[in-house]
Design a protein around this ligand. Structure first.
Ligand code: SF4
Length: 284
């Protein structure tokens, strides 16, 4: 399966988003999807362009609204595999309400966040993921607020799959996206995807020095939510790997009677003229 298309990404050379794109393409191929079975829904930001760079269905939505569109799509067509994606500004600022509710709803889609701790598309402003003291054009005296903690938020909101990757480790990133695609329920994957143009603090070297792989922590058990939360807090969120997975909880779709029988898109809802007139009368 080839998920590459002929569109050349216009991300800056060295942007972490290139690796996220490659990892999504490899993971989708490894899981065995056909391009016609997959839809990538993105929000606004540099990372939002990803939906146009992958050979699948794609929808470049509006700011912070990738998840509502992705969830609606999945509800309308159960046979479609759906990935929502966007940046940390998109998903953790304007889109945060949707992120929390999609997580607790446990709808069967995968959400990949390209987290570069800055707004890149608008040329470098502080994002909810920027650390306190972070200096940008929007916070020349340093960010006053502390950084949002997406892993803790996801675990607290009842996530059944939480993972975090780093752009340079495509092998690990591909494996976790693959695991997320195979997960029955909502899979939340945060990816450290450096903005080489505007974020001169959280660079590739910075992440290499500060990240810990969960695979290197002896006895780490990704089925233990308490251990996941304690480990994330102990490492200040700077871990990579599958942090938590609950394979027991039923997905949103599986709780709906009849959902698995026929995609809504295949149900004939055409009305005769009389039926249509009758329907209109009911609303008059
Ligand atoms: Fe990537 Fe930053 Fe360039 Fe945007 S501005 S494409 S996030 S490196």
């Amino acid at each position: 399966k080839d998920f590459r298309n002929s569109v050349k990404p216009n991300w800056c050379p060295g942007c972490g988003d290139f690796s996220v794109q490659a990892a999504i393409q490899r993971a989708a191929a490894n899981v065995g999807y056909e391009p016609s079975e997959l839809a990538i829904i993105s929000g606004i930001g540099c990372s939002g362009r990803i939906s146009g760079y992958i050979n699948s269905y794609g929808f470049h939505g509006i700011h912070g609204r990738a998840l509502p569109i992705a969830q609606g799509l999945k509800m309308a067509n159960k046979d479609l595999k759906v990935i929502a994606s966007g940046g940390d500004g998109d998903g953790f600022a304007i889109g945060m309400g949707h992120t929390i509710h999609a997580i607790r709803r446990n709808i069967d889609i995968t959400y990949v966040v390209m987290d570069n701790q800055i707004y890149g598309l608008t040329k470098g402003q502080t994002s909810p993921r920027s650390a306190a003291g972070f200096i940008t054009k929007s916070t020349p005296g340093g960010a006053i607020e502390p950084s949002l903690k997406p892993l803790e938020v996801a675990l607290t909101a009842g996530a059944t799959f939480v993972a975090q990757g780093f752009s340079t480790d495509i092998k690990e990133l591909t494996a976790m996206i693959e695991a997320g695609l195979n997960h029955k329920g909502f899979s939340f994957i945060n990816v450290f995807s450096p903005c080489v143009t505007y974020n001169k603090v959280n660079t590739y070297d910075w992440f290499k020095e500060n990240l810990t792989k969960l695979a290197d922590i002896e006895g780490y058990d990704s089925s233990n939510r308490e251990m996941a939360m304690q480990t994330v807090m102990r490492h200040e969120g700077l871990v990579t790997g599958v942090i938590y997975q609950d394979t027991e909880t039923t997905s949103y779709q599986d709780k709906i009677k009849g959902y698995s029988e026929l995609p809504l898109t295949d149900i004939d809802i055409s009305l005769s003229e009389d039926q249509f007139d009758q329907l209109i009368k009911e609303f008059m």
